[in-house]
Write a protein that binds this ligand. Structure first.
Ligand code: SIN
Ligand code: MN
Length: 286
């Protein structure tokens, strides 16, 4: 068996299969900080192939496309794996699913799939929050076991609205939160500001910057948010949230694109699953 190390991720070649594993040190870092930033996981060509699908998806009249309150530009486009065949493969990509298997150690389902756009000049903020506050209060998810896997689809820098993570903030479990339906077009359970102040005072803030193809992984109770994009550069991010089947929703009240109700466990597809979409004119086949 041969193995190589790409940006600390080990790819093991065995019997013609490839496996993408994160190292024990990275698992420990995730446990300690609540997040990982993994550069260079998807190639520039793969990222361009993913991005090529977006204009037609954003142009669809769909309640799964949520528009920014002020600019009218798409803020977030959801349920993408049910709307486009490339995304149906991407949510099963082994470079996302194998690390998730290592972290969760039990069968998990696709809870939410989206691209957050944060367009140049007009992209609005995501307030300080934890994903669990929404999962628990809206969907009745019992425990903070879901994980969020992002792929940066643009160069994310300090100017175009990177995610801000508060290291270690996941350890306190659920943080007190309130539903904010005013600040943006997306109702969000936001962490109470005194709680945010207290946690940051005892910790710090890390800005999740990186080149296109960087992967972020973070826990359900990690406090995070992101500022406006007042730069001339778009900041497009793909997000897949997976949740153990044993920890599924108990209150199916939101539309399916906000929390998918099919709890079939995800199985990874082949590592070269994006190849067939390269140089292909965009045809929606689902
Ligand atoms: C963002 O796109 O900046 C926020 C993403 C998230 O809360 O997961
Ligand atoms: Mn979030």
């Amino acid at each position: 068996m041969d193995s190589i190390n790409v940006n600390n991720l080990v790819i093991i070649y065995s019997l013609g299969n490839t496996e993408m594993k994160i190292s024990n040190i990275q698992l420990q870092q995730l446990e300690k900080d609540g997040f990982l930033i993994l550069p260079g996981i998807f190639s520039a060509q793969e990222v361009e192939t993913i991005k090529a699908r977006l204009p037609s998806l954003f142009a669809e009249k769909s309640e799964a496309n949520i528009i920014e309150r002020n600019s009218g530009v798409v803020r977030t486009s959801m349920g993408l794996h049910l709307r486009d065949d490339l995304f149906a493969d991407l949510v099963r990509h082994p470079r996302l699913i194998e690390p998730a298997e290592q972290i969760l150690n039990e069968p998990f389902y696709i809870q939410q799939v989206k691209v957050n756009v944060k367009a140049a000049f007009s992209g609005e903020i995501w307030q300080w929050h934890t994903d669990f506050a929404t999962h628990n209060n809206e969907d009745g998810v019992p425990q903070p076991k879901a994980i969020n896997l992002h792929i940066l689809l643009d160069d994310v820098n300090e100017f175009n609205g990177p995610l801000f993570f508060v290291p270690g903030s996941h350890k306190a479990g659920a943080h007190s939160a309130t539903l904010d339906e005013q600040t943006t077009s997306y109702p969000l359970w936001v962490t109470d500001i005194e709680r945010v102040r207290d946690v940051i005072t005892r910790s710090s803030i890390v800005s999740a910057k990186g080149k296109p193809g960087t992967v972020l992984i973070f826990h359900d109770t990690l406090i995070h948010g992101s500022p406006n994009n007042m730069s001339p550069w778009d900041r497009t991010i793909f997000s897949l949230i997976v949740n153990p089947v044993s920890n599924a929703y108990t209150a199916p009240t939101r539309p399916d694109h906000k929390h998918h109700y099919d709890t079939t466990p995800i199985q990874p597809v082949s590592d070269d699953c994006l190849r067939r979409y390269m140089n292909q004119s965009v045809v929606h086949s689902l």
